[in-house]
Design a protein around this ligand. Sequence first.
Ligand code: URA
Length: 221
Amino acid sequence: MKNLQNALQLKQLYQLKSLGYHYTNAQLFAQEDEPLELPNTLVDLKKQAQNCHLCFLSKGRNRVVFGEGSQNTKVMFIGDAPIEIEDRAGEPFLGRGGEMLTLMIEKVLGLSREEVYITNLLKCHPSSTQVLHESTMHSCKAYLFKEIELVQPQVIVTLGEMPYHYLTNDTTALKEIRGMVSKRGGYMVVPTYHPNFLLKNPSLKKEVFLDLQKVKGLLLL
Ligand code: URA
């Protein structure tokens, strides 16, 4: 199906070229994709993501950074996208932000990193010059939703604005909704600040502590 769609898009591009266009806006072709056929195990899903070329980020990546951690966990953390160090290693949250996230998990939830599941909205590292299009989020979101379906967490903690917006379609500013629990399908979502944001704004650690205490309470339910 995807091939058919690609072929149709190519045909449209040739038609536009014959009309004298040298440029077009990718939005022109933004349309609801056929749902991606995705495998039903995390191992196979990771393999499929590792071979993914659905968007232009695949051209610049070194490694696909798929989610990692326990599949039998009650809590999942979702960040934005891998940074350079993670692009080289193929693992999420390794830098200073990763250390901060590990501390949040260990000190407040009393769990190890291996006992939770950590992933990102985007599985490939966007370089600083790459502008992210809606279509990039759209194609990558399918992997995230499948990870959620397979892990079945009780609570999802979104780190920063972007994963919360894409998961819930709610575009309220993070400072207004952080720490608020909302029920979505089979899980609860708790938005909080991104660990990288905390590194720049350490005074907000108190808020994140409170948000994660709430998460700890939910995990006992
Ligand atoms: N590293 C990640 O894996 N995700 C982020 O959101 C930031 C850094």
